[in-house]
Ligand binder design. Structure first.
Ligand code: FAD
Length: 390
């Protein structure tokens, strides 16, 4: 069976492909990292931002936003094929500013905040990081303890965040802090926008197991933030936090990126038959991975088609996230089996066949970021299967 979309959506797919063919090679270091490159400094970071500027010029950066806010007003199916093509190409097309800061401002921001921040987000001018997780608050995010205390026209923030992706590169931070420590934990949180250069903010990089600088721990010591950088109602931040308008949330990125990797491994095996000869198990593994990217793609299409019909996917999106992130680890593992000892070589080694060592190490975090596998299974068990909690 071949799954095709409406002709206008397929025509749009071709347009996206042509754009990628023309513009992504020019983005140099931004290529091939998938999603957004949080790791780069200098050249790679500039290439990422440069590519995002090109997307902004076509109104593609904020593809899902309403047109009145400078977005593309795209249907879910257009967003789906856009995400699929960009992810297949490893193009840096995602940003947290687009994903949730801007949408939250549209819903809860003041006119002054909208005018000040939204055009810089749609224009690809500012890079945002998300300051939610803390050492004692991850899956149980409402347990966060960073404090914001009102002082005249300002708030003074003290506390610590952790795992802040791109915090070392960000211009602005989107932060959840506790403004009422006596209220029940979901009811005392407020959202702030922070200039990351404000005195009192210390960004300490955390080098991940792939030896990359992706996330950070960030310390706040008497950080003074003007009250006009509070977004929405004070103490209602929990309810403002997870807003993303009507974004496509199929999880197609994992499957499109996975498909690209599996195709690359198969091509490699064909060009170097010694990698697969007399190794039936590796052929079986590759076959399994090829099946999985197809299965996963249909899980993702299902979520997107539900959204296109006005339904709100819930456990279906969790199933896609769960399967996609665990599949990513299996693909990385298969690559290591295929490559044998060469799989251990790091980027840039003269003997490297393909850069799989870092992918293998990077894949580990996929089942933790954006909701762990256990949390996803919990959602599927309770909301999908109707099993009791606990
Ligand atoms: C690559 C990466 C990027 C990230 N980027 C950001 C970012 O930009 N900003 C940000 O704020 N955060 C970010 N995070 C943090 C991420 O959101 C948290 O790591 C995640 O929510 C898990 O929280 P935790 O690490 O505190 O683990 P915990 O919540 O402490 O979980 C520890 C273990 O307990 C399990 N567990 C917890 N609760 C339950 C439960 N109810 N039922 C069953 N098992 C449970 C978990 O599954 C896990 O195995 C990032 C994380 C990663 C890995």
């Amino acid at each position: 069976m071949r799954y095709t979309f409406e002709p206008d959506v397929e025509a749009f797919r071709s347009e996206v492909r042509d754009f990628i063919a023309a513009e992504l090679p020019a983005a140099g270091g931004a290529r091939g990292r998938g999603a957004v490159n949080f790791e780069g400094h200098g050249e790679e970071y500039s290439a990422t931002m440069g590519f995002q500027k090109k997307l902004a010029q076509r109104d593609w950066l904020a593809m899902a936003w309403p047109k009145e806010y400078g977005g593309g007003g795209a249907s879910h199916m257009r967003q789906l094929v856009y995400n699929e093509e960009m992810s297949y190409a490893g193009a840096p097309h995602y940003s947290m500013g687009i994903a949730w800061v801007g949408p939250s401002l549209m819903l809860y921001g003041t006119d002054e905040q909208k005018q000040r921040f939204i055009p810089r987000i749609t224009g690809g001018d500012d890079w945002w990081c998300t300051l939610y997780s803390e050492p004692g608050a991850g899956s149980d995010l409402a347990a966060l303890q960073s404090r914001a205390v009102k002082d005249g026209d300002d708030y003074i923030i003290n506390g610590q965040k952790i795992w802040t992706s791109g915090g070392h590169l960000a211009d602005w931070g989107w932060m959840a802090a506790r403004t009422d420590p006596d209220a029940p934990k979901h009811k005392g949180i407020t959202m702030f926008m922070l200039d990351m250069k404000t005195p009192g903010i210390t960004v300490r990089p955390l080098i991940n197991m792939a030896n990359r600088e992706g996330f950070n721990e960030i310390f706040f010591e008497d950080v003074r933030v003007p009250a006009n950088q509070v977004v929405g109602e004070v103490n209602r931040g929990w309810y403002h936090m997870a807003v993303a308008l009507d974004f496509e949330r199929s999880g197609i990125q994992a499957f499109a990126g996975g498909r690209r990797t599996v195709e690359g491994l198969v091509a490699l095996a064909k060009s170097k038959p010694e990698l697969v000869e007399r190794r039936p198990s590796i052929r079986m593994e590759l076959a399994d991975r090829a099946v999985e990217v197809n299965v996963g793609t249909f899980l993702a299409y299902r979520v997107a088609t539900m959204q296109a019909r006005g339904m709100v996917p819930n456990h279906e999106a969790s199933a896609s996230k769960l399967f996609g992130s665990e599949m990513g680890q299996r693909i990385a593992s298969t690559a290591m089996h295929l490559l044998g000892t060469a799989g251990q070589l790091r980027d840039g080694s003269p003997h490297e066949i393909t850069d799989q060592a870092s992918s293998y190490l990077q894949a580990v975090s996929g089942t933790i970021a954006a909701g762990t596998s256990e949390i996803q299974r919990g959602i599927i068990a309770t909301r999908g299967l109707g099993l009791p909690r606990g």
